[in-house]
Design a protein around this ligand. Structure first.
Ligand code: FES
Length: 160
């Protein structure tokens, strides 16, 4: 019975092997390298060879892309991870918690936009001053959704 050789994190993988394992096109791998997200060594023929632990980095990049996290943010996170070994379980837990908070922030932001847009439906004022969506810092928002001034005494909708 033959046994598979035990993989070592520093084993070298060709571009084709990394592409096959990750589903990432060689051109994207080159781009990630140019952006400093992954590193490659060169063989005598100047072909790229990746340390096996780069697969974990690429997995994090793919997870980030799925979550809508920018490559700039991934690069920032990578400055907090070891460059010469795979991120540990604990490090991935830290990063995934951070990104979960970012998703929650984004969800709150989108819900707020949705609320503002709902106020626009049927209004049509598109006023830079009165529309909550166009003027998000408007203090009038605390007085209710939509063009509150239009509904106030003296406003356009005031029957008086
Ligand atoms: S269009 Fe946004 S409140 Fe009127």
């Amino acid at each position: 019975m033959s046994r598979e050789p035990i993989a070592h994190p520093n084993d070298l993988l060709t571009v084709g092997e990394v592409a096959a394992r990750t589903g990432v096109a060689p051109s994207a791998l080159r781009f990630y390298e140019a952006e400093g997200l992954i590193t490659a060594e060169r063989n005598r023929g100047n072909q790229r060879l990746y340390r096996r632990h780069m697969l974990r980095r690429i997995a994090i990049i793919l997870a980030a892309r799925r979550l809508g996290i920018s490559l700039a943010d991934v690069a920032e996170i990578f400055t907090t991870l070891p460059a010469d070994e795979a991120p540990s379980h604990r490090e991935w837990v830290r990063v995934s918690r951070l990104w979960k908070r970012e998703l929650e922030d984004r969800r709150r932001y989108i819900m707020n936009l949705e609320r503002q847009l709902t106020a626009c439906i049927g209004c049509g004022c598109l006023s830079m001053r009165l529309c909550d969506l166009l003027n998000p810092d408007d203090r009038l928002r605390t007085r209710g959704p939509g063009p509150v001034r239009l509904h106030e005494p003296g406003g356009r909708d005031d029957p008086a």
